[in-house]
Write a protein that binds this ligand. Sequence first.
Ligand SMILES: Cc1cc2nc3c(=O)[nH]c(=O)nc-3n(C[C@H](O)[C@H](O)[C@H](O)COP(=O)(O)OP(=O)(O)OC[C@H]3O[C@@H](n4cnc5c(N)ncnc54)[C@H](O)[C@@H]3O)c2cc1C
Length: 388
Amino acid sequence: MSTVLTDARPALTTLSEQELLFREAVRDFATSEVAPRVMAMDEAQELDPALVRQLFELGLMGVEIPDVYGGTGADFFTSVLVVEELSRVDPSIAVLVDVQNTLVINAILRWASDDLKSRYFPRLATDTVGAYALSEAGSGSDAFALACRATPDGDGWRLSGRKMWITNGREAGIYIVFATVDPDAGYKGITAFVVEQEFDGFEVGKKEDKLGIRASSTTELVLDDVFVPVENVLGEVGKGYKVAIETLNEGRIGIGAQMIGLAQGALDHTVRYVQEREQFGRAIASFQGVQFQLAEMATDIEAARLLVYNAARLKDAGQPFLTQAAMAKLFSSEAAQRVASRCIDLFGGYGFTKEYPVEKLYRDAKIGTIYEGTSNMQKQTIAKMLVK
Ligand SMILES: Cc1cc2nc3c(=O)[nH]c(=O)nc-3n(C[C@H](O)[C@H](O)[C@H](O)COP(=O)(O)OP(=O)(O)OC[C@H]3O[C@@H](n4cnc5c(N)ncnc54)[C@H](O)[C@@H]3O)c2cc1C
């Protein structure tokens, strides 16, 4: 009997003691510190800098940075848990943490030299926000059609061009910027660079006025002949496409986590509301029609969570996870839209106002099917595994 128990595999949702403790700490922070500020940050379209400082103090901005560099030294799955928990309360603050951990830190962990790690990890772990700059006005889904140009200059490169849609653009001190060293070489010209905000010729441009995740900054970046030393090439010259593809494969698991957290947050508010709201002389939660809607939402979220956790655990186990990550992002972002929309329905007229948090979560849900690869792009990745 004991042998059977020892061999039994835990459920995907079974958390280790350390994961449980971490999740609890993030949940406390989200409830006590983030929740009271959410609507004001949404209206002001900016994150409270005091909250960002607290994220660093709690070790949430350097989850996977090894302890030798001052990071938390945890795994990718822990980053996913952090993003999920923060998203239950505010998907805007969650995406700041998500980009920092699942894109910027992940790219440096995987591709950077020891020199780059020792220069940038201590900063990213303690006080510096990172951003990931691939997209441009003319290149989104077709990311490698980018026009930002890198030309050799002595012991470095000169970068010129414009990036668009860059999350954390306003808060960041360090940017991973993708540029081409040879436009005729197609994707084989793409190279990744670590650029500091203080580099001459670098400027943060226009900030977008958005439908959702309004407190998260989304900006243009302007690079005007920015000199980047040769040591700041991330990975190899001409291999930036690999850096981009592989970090985004991991990053989209983080977006899946953002979407399951958001959907869970909306459902939690709704379950409370339907038990309080009375019509026809009873709580609306007592109607079977309402209960079935709650059941469908809970099932959607559970299915999405299993996809996201499975993809994250495959990544940590060093197993292939490309298709699973695409499925996780596709399903969880579409599920979050279904759930947030249904939650508004169950709040009735109040759901359509800013008096309750579901209105904001509904707006925030829309981004999930767009960034880090649209739903069509996820389907393309999944279909490639089916049709050779
Ligand atoms: C709030 C926000 C934050 C962002 N943050 C970042 C960031 O931090 N860093 C970064 O680099 N980028 C970021 N992006 C950019 C984002 O990744 C792109 O917007 C996204 O990849 C889509 O590109 P696009 O907007 O150019 O749309 P397009 O590529 O023009 O797509 C438009 C439509 O056409 C469809 N389509 C395109 N090609 C095909 C095809 N071959 N088959 C079928 N359908 C197709 C798409 O699915 C979509 O529905 C962000 C965007 C937003 C809105």
